[in-house]
Design a protein. Structure first.
Length: 107
């Protein structure tokens, strides 16, 4: 599976106002995940170290899709996704195929 950086470009960051208290975000709003203790337990992992890179694989259900065109702004598209299943583990690179990861090597 190819992973794509979702980091905001300098041009995208300029569109977000910077306040004295908070610097501009590096990634778009809505891409962050908050995992509570029960979720970490379900995933079978302890508390990860801050700054550590992990690999996340998820199955999602599309719960909404919209395309809207407004005068002066052009077309805007949005999609709402609900994570239904996920796994998390060490970031070991792209050594395994997506089928091996999704189906525990039975792909």
């Amino acid at each position: 599976m190819k992973l794509h950086s979702m980091k905001l470009s300098a041009k995208e960051q300029e569109k977000i106002p910077e306040t004295a208290a908070v610097e501009r975000p590096r990634y778009p709003w809505g891409l962050g995940l908050h995992l509570d203790g029960e979720t970490l337990e379900k995933l079978g992992i302890g508390l990860p170290e801050v700054g550590k890179s992990l690999m996340l694989q998820a199955r999602v259900s599309v719960t909404g899709a919209m395309e809207q065109e407004t005068e002066g702004s052009g077309k805007q598209r949005t999609a709402q996704l609900q994570i239904t299943d996920m796994g998390i583990g060490p970031d070991e690179g792209e050594g395994q195929s997506a089928a091996d990861i999704l189906y525990d090597g039975k792909g």
